[in-house]
Design a protein around this ligand. Sequence first.
Ligand code: C6P
Length: 406
Amino acid sequence: MAIVNILQDFPILNQVNKDGKRLCFLDSAATSQKPETVIESMNHYYRTMNANIHRGIYQIAEQATEAYEKSREKIQEFIHAGSSREIIFTRNTTESINLVANTWGKQNLKKGDLIILSEMEHHANLIPWQILASDKGISLEFIPVQENGQLNLSEYQRLLNLQPKLVCVSGMSNVLGTVPPVKQMAVDAHKAGALFLVDGAQMIPHRKVDVQDIDADFFAFSAHKMLGPTGIGALYGKEALLESMPPFLGGGDMISKVFLRSFTTNELPYKFEAGTPSIAEAIGFGAAIDYLNQIGMDAIWQHEVEITKYAIQELQKVPGLKIVGPTDGVRGSAVSFTLDYAHPHDVAQILDSEYICVRAGHHCAMPLHTRFSVPATTRASFYLYNTLDEVDRLKTGLEKVYHFFG
Ligand code: C6P
């Protein structure tokens, strides 16, 4: 395995239940576990420098501001953005996408314009566009997902001929594990005159991301899926675009001058950061990036490729189990499946009795489940701290489900 001996870095993963079973966490696509260094970085902030940022003129406020801004720089380097002005702190991927819809979308799109999405999008990359579409009379078209879980790229080419203004796709499906060729898709979108937004929620925890190489106009992501805390995420946007966009939320920090009936906006990135932000969480986000860098994104990807390949091979031996999504080629570590004889909620409950955590349901991708004519799936999702032994435990647990219901 590419990565060994990191379990001790994650306190929760050393938990053992009353039956002597160690926690087997296979739900990192929902949220990842946090290493001690991330937890400690936030404790350290609260213990030594808790103060509001960008306001105080005393030492601990300056230290807090510096730590918060240092995290922004770490994010900038991590995704290879040209400037830290292009990194906007948000609460999560959902808020990042809503920010674009409510600012760039409201300002630039008009009745009759077209946005291209795909059938495999998470609700976070569907609903903001549906709301905008119904407000403004915009059309939405969807790149179909093929039976093998891959996007139908010839249909994408056909949709591009309709001259969309924006293309928004996930860099990695949270259900299927599909990895669309976003770099080529961005080239094609730009040729057609459209902007390109990547929902990076599932991509950035697992693969090296270079927003300039992808040439993404916007890239949205959450810290909590990449070893960081909840309540903090980021939006990358090209500087010229962000400069031209109106603010999202109004209040402190996003202003330069305020009069009774008007205001002027602050410079980037603060123009989009209204109110007291999640300071401890931003610092934890920076610590998460330090941890990922220390292991190395290439090693993380290799580790997951190995585990996912083994999981697909072993799970297919379980009677009645069907994987929904690609079973070979380049794919992410979310492995969703159905069992002929058991509802996903029952599967998850039985696995829980083995101290194995998986997600059951539609995973906030209802249209995708409708596409595959299933109301729900069970999903195991792997990350850098998972092991091949845990795949074996999952398989044994699923065999137990088979003996119970099969
Ligand atoms: N998917 C899952 O279990 P937030 O909640 O804003 O941090 O992330 C939203 C989101 C956006 N896009 C994709 C592709 C996602 O997978 C998610 C979150 C979790 O699959 C929780 S529903």
